[in-house]
Each structure stands twice: as C-alpha cells, then as structure tokens.
Write a protein that binds this ligand. Structure first.
Ligand code: NDP
Length: 275
C-alpha cells in the first residue's frame, strides 16, 4: 500500500520536502508518493479539496498559502491556533481535516536537541514579527526562557504579538534599528525575510556575545547575509534553517504516520547539497 502526500506552495519547484519525506519513509520500509503541487490564490481551496478527495492522506503547505490552509481546516492543533497558520494537514478517518503547525517545534528541536543549546533559562531575541515569528513563539515560550524579546522594524507588529501571547509570557519588544537589551542574547534568531533579498536586518554587532548562538530561519547553499555578518562579528555558533526544515518535516511525518523518523542523515544530506 502506498500513502499519498504532497506539499503546496508557489513557487514550489525548489522544495526539498519530497526527498526528505522519502528518506523518512525508507526508514520504515513504507511506500509513499510525495508530490510538489503548484497552486494559486484562486485555485488553492479547490486544489486542496481535489488532493484529499483523490486519496491524499496528508500535505504540507508553504508560502504563500499557510493562512489559507488554516482557514480550510475543520480542526486545529494548539500550535496551529497560536500560529494562525497551518503548514501540515492530516485527513482523518472521518474525512475531516486537522491543521497543525510544525515550524516552531522544528526550530526548538533543532536548537535544543541537535545543536545542544538549551532555551530554558536563556536570554532569547527574535528578529522579525511576521508569520514565522508568530509560529515559533509558543514552542519557544514552552521552553521557559529567562527573557524573550522581539525586535522588529514595524514596532506595532511586535507589540501586537506581545499582546497576543501575554497570557503565556511577558514578551519584550524593541525597535530593530536600535535594539534595547541588558546583555547580549544567548540565542539570536533571525525570523525576518531579509535574507531572501540578501539584506541585513540588524547592524548592532554588540548583540553578538561570546556565547551567542545565531540562527537564521532562512537557508541557502552559502551562508545567509545574517550568518555571514554574525560570523564576521565573532559568532562561533551560526546555523541556518536547514535543521528546522527537516525537524518540522519529521513532526509532520509523525502526525501522518504515527512514526517518528530519525533526522540526522536528512540534515546531513541537505547540508551537503551543492545546487
Ligand atoms: P513575513 O513576510 O510574514 O514577515 C517578514 C518579517 O521580516 C517582518 O517582520 C518584516 O518586518 C521583516 N523584514 C523583512 N525585510 C526586512 C529587512 N530588510 N530588515 C528588517 N526586517 C525585515 O515572513 P515570514 O515571517 O513568513 O518568514 C520569515 C522567514 O522565515 C522567511 O525567510 C522564511 O523563508 C523563513 N522560514 C523558514 C522556515 C524553515 O523551515 N526553515 C519555516 C518558516 C519560515 P516589518 O514587519 O517591518 O515589515
């Protein structure tokens, strides 16, 4: 029996999800189909419905459809509700769609387990206040950091997130151009989209202390502009979002199949790609 999965996005041909999920399936001798499906704003709801009515068991959803996927689901996990976005959908046995968001779980697992850097009791600064930050906040807060600050260009968006999450944590807010902080963060996370245009979201090099782990949610073959800047300013632990990508995929795979795949080989495979 072969299980049918897919990832929806636009663009989508760059996605490495099919290979990653095939690597996971091979660990359990499972046969799966996993397709890249290009969609459009006009067609997304129809495309999603067609996928599930033709036997799809689960799908991933990437930009720009995560909010549309959120709205299309019958039920949502806590992670999806907090994120207000869905990157994973499961068709349950009664035909209803469960929406989940595995991005934050993936990030936390990559930093805490793979990179062996605790978030508990640490001082964390997130750059950016868009959809990715909304998705990672609840899992980070669950780790109980000592301080959590959001720095953003449009300060109102950072304030809005702090209000939305104040039942869980007193998130601090600061302007990204002149961030205010007591000491350099233990973990500095770039969740802006600046790396996509090779621009730098911050210029204050004092944000990088001796021990600061610098993490960019974006990833490329070569270091992102943020990670290059961090390394030029003395950061010794710099990571991009490839580990997060694989870990969020593993979390999706587990929701669909009840099997928890090992991730180290897939991360190594992704890091060794040259195109
Ligand atoms: P959004 O468009 O929702 O938000 C973008 C954010 O970046 C905003 O806070 C925006 O600030 C800020 N920003 C953009 N350009 C600059 C700049 N030049 N200087 C400073 N701030 C800037 O994007 P998302 O939150 O959805 O995505 C952010 C990144 O996360 C993307 O690169 C995406 O690829 C990555 N990502 C990676 C994942 C993984 O698995 N590795 C999973 C999910 C996302 P303002 O509010 O002022 O406009």
């Amino acid at each position: 029996m072969s299980y049918k999965f897919a990832v929806f996005g636009n663009p989508i041909k760059q996605s490495k999800s099919p290979q990653i999920h095939q690597q996971f399936a091979a660990q359990f001798d499972m046969l799966i189909e996993y397709e890249r499906l290009l969609s459009t704003d006009d067609m997304f709801d129809d495309d999603l419905q067609h996928f599930f009515s033709s036997g799809g068991l689960g799908c991933n959803v990437t930009a720009p459809f995560k909010e549309r996927a959120f709205a299309a689901c019958d039920d949502l996990t806590v992670a999806a509700k907090r994120a207000c976005a869905t990157n994973t959908i499961l068709r349950r046995s009664d035909g209803t769609l469960l929406g989940h968001n595995s991005d934050g779980v993936g990030l936390v697992k990559d930093i805490v387990v793979n990179k062996q850097v605790p978030m508990s009791g640490s001082n964390i600064m997130i750059l950016g206040a868009g959809g990715a930050t909304r998705g990672i906040l609840e899992p980070i807060i669950s780790e109980q950091p000592a301080h959590l600050t959001i720095a953003n260009r449009t300060i109102a968006k950072a304030r809005q997130l702090a209000i939305e999450f104040r039942d869980l944590y007193a998130v601090e807010v600061t302007p990204i151009e002149q961030p205010e902080y007591q000491v350099a963060p233990d973990i500095l996370i770039n969740a802006t989209s600046a790396s996509l245009s090779a621009s730098l979201p911050v210029s204050d090099s004092r944000l990088i202390g001796n021990q600061t782990l610098c993490y960019d949610l974006s990833y490329k073959i070569e270091p992102t502009a943020f990670l290059q800047w961090a390394s030029d300013n003395g950061a010794t632990r710099c990571y991009d979002g490839k580990g997060m990508l694989v870990e969020q995929a593993a979390n999706s795979f587990e929701l669909w199949t009840n099997r928890q795949p090992a991730t180290a080989e897939s991360i190594k495979w992704l890091e060794n790609l040259t195109v």
